[in-house]
Ligand binder design. Structure first.
Ligand code: CTP
Length: 432
């Protein structure tokens, strides 16, 4: 995706901030293209209206074949037409675009992308795209062949060169029985990116830096690994993956190329991020060490299992009639963070670890964190106090970030997106 800029935590109130009164939220134009994924955009529309945006839906004629005008009008509370000659006295082909503070196009079909790239204006949506002067987000969805076609790729490159954010389609099941790259990114993710773009605009207006990770490749791990005992049982942990996904989402929004190695997470793929699924710590080790050489920054937000069973039963282990239980012998897994930190391939690479600590009888959480930073050899260590089940699965996080110079930056309780923003701010200081 193209750069969308800085998401500095603690910045002044702006769009996307729950404290901002609903009517202060920017006007959004939601352009809907003619693809089967149009029905999913009803969910995106709801998210936008429920968070207080006034949303004008502008479908193409083809989009109305999939979802009718009555649905869009009922959900948005505004009139809906694809035709610039409806209510022509109000000059809608100019007025709607000029009033927009964000345009989101979803699904952005190959046809719509081509028209926008070439400046065609033969319906209300394409007219609106030419008159809007606000940030524009295209969420692409089409068949894999259409997406990969050189014509589409050239048109996407043209849009990006003009500063338009184009989200690549996600990988998964397509309209027919086939699978591949082509699905609309999840509405929750399109919504999240739209809010980050609006926050960027606010930051830009306030003279803050934006898109500071452009040109950087970041590698992130997330989730909890599983170590199988037999085909149905495993040793695992309760990491949800939310912090790693937030890091990926924010890095992508700040312009980075992002690879997310995800262990057993149920979360939707963050838009514009390459997601590599893994199961065990050894899978994660292979993917991270194999990709480390290309990465400007690596953030190990995953909770890899430290041990695995020596033997994995080929069939499900059965109960015995005499009540005896199987003995499980464990062996230690490789330490990924320590390996990549001690075996750095690039001098300017920034490596970030997380430490989930509960403290013990002799040491507090920070003492254990400092010892871990030293032992692991990473540049930054984000220390979470997880005593009493804090953090796991929650939407909020509170941490202290330790660096090699002995600094300790406390990050007060806030969203995982906000903590991700602080982490990227610190990583970026190593490069600028
Ligand atoms: N980590 C890793 N490989 C492992 C275990 C952990 O790369 N086999 C990484 C985690 O992703 C995290 C950091 O190391 O970034 C610290 O994880 P944590 O579970 O707190 O530490 P452990 O190494 O497991 O140390 P201990 O359990 O002894 O505290």
């Amino acid at each position: 995706m193209s750069a969308t800029g800085d998401q500095t935590p603690g910045a002044t109130h702006g769009p996307g901030d729950p404290d901002v009164p609903a009517k202060a939220r920017p006007n959004v134009v939601l352009g809907v293209g003619g693809g089967i994924a149009a029905y999913k955009v009803c969910d995106l529309l709801r998210r936008l209206t429920e968070s207080g945006h006034s949303v004008r839906v502008v479908p193409t004629a083809a989009a109305l074949e999939f979802v009718g005008a009555a649905t869009w009008a009922a959900l948005s509370g505004q009139p809906v037409t694809a035709d610039p000659f409806d209510n022509v006295q109000e000059v809608p082909h100019v007025r709607i675009g000029k009033a927009a503070e964000l345009v989101v196009v979803a699904p952005a079909t190959a046809n719509l992308i081509a028209k926008a790239a070439h400046g065609l204006a033969d319906d209300l949506l394409t007219n609106t795209l030419l008159t809007a002067r606000c940030p524009i987000l295209f969420a692409a969805a089409m068949h894999t062949e259409m997406w990969e076609h050189p014509a589409t790729q050239a048109n996407v490159a043209t849009l990006r060169s003009r500063g338009i954010t184009v989200l690549d389609p996600a990988v998964g099941r397509l309209t027919g029985a086939d699978t591949g790259r082509g699905r609309l990114p999840e509405p929750s993710e399109i919504f999240a990116i739209s809010q980050l773009m609006l926050a960027d605009e606010a930051a830009r207006a306030a003279g803050q830096s934006v898109a500071d990770l452009t040109g950087k490749h970041v590698l992130i791990s997330a989730g909890g690994t599983r170590e199988h005992l037999d085909p149905v049982r495993y040793l695992g942990n309760s990491s949800s993956g939310k912090q790693g996904y937030a890091l990926a989402r924010i890095a992508a929004a700040r312009g980075a190329k992002v690879t997310l190695v995800a262990a057993n997470s149920e979360l939707p793929d963050p838009a514009g991020v390459q997601v590599v699924p893994v199961t065990s710590t050894r899978d994660l080790y292979d993917e991270i060490t194999g990709r480390a050489g290309d990465a400007d920054a690596i953030v190990m937000a995953a909770a890899p299992a430290d041990f695995r069973p020596v033997d994995v039963a080929e069939h499900k282990i059965k109960k015995t009639s005499d009540g005896s239980v199987p003995a499980v012998s464990l062996v230690q897994n490789p330490d990924i963070l320590q390996t990549i930190s001690h075996d750095r391939r690039r001098a300017d690479q920034v490596i970030v670890g997380f430490a989930a600590e509960t403290g013990d009888a002799e040491h507090d959480v920070l003492e254990l964190g400092r010892a871990k930073l030293e032992r692991k050899g990473c540049d930054l260590l984000v220390v979470n106090d997880v005593s009493g089940g804090k953090v796991f699965g929650s939407d909020n996080n509170e941490a202290v970030i330790l660096d090699r110079e002995g600094n300790a930056l406390p990050v007060p309780s806030g969203s995982k997106d906000a903590l991700a923003g602080v982490i990227w701010n610190l990583v970026a200081t190593h490069w600028h």
